[in-house]
Design a protein around this ligand. Sequence first.
Ligand SMILES: [Zn+2]
Length: 107
Amino acid sequence: MTTNNPQTKENKEAPRSPRPAKRAPKKKVCYFCQTKTDDIDYIALVKEMEKNSEKTGKDGEKRTRFVTEKGKILPRRMSGTCVKHQRALAQAIKRARFMALLPYKAD
Ligand SMILES: [Zn+2]
């Protein structure tokens, strides 16, 4: 008879206790609120992103502020953009894509 019960060991070490405290996310401030941008011009946005992409992250990969390296629009919870500006930003990014200033998909 084998004591093949994976739960026993874990239960000894971690009895049913409340989860460890969640790490408080770093408070981010909406970039457009900071710069007092009311409506986001897609040309200005692309220029801003080009300026920003010259900086490289710790992995040496290009860092863009509002889209992932694959070209997806960064969610609000990651970029810290407020609801109002996230909507305007999404629209501006889509316009920039249509004008071939930003990729729909990058590999
Ligand atoms: Zn905002």
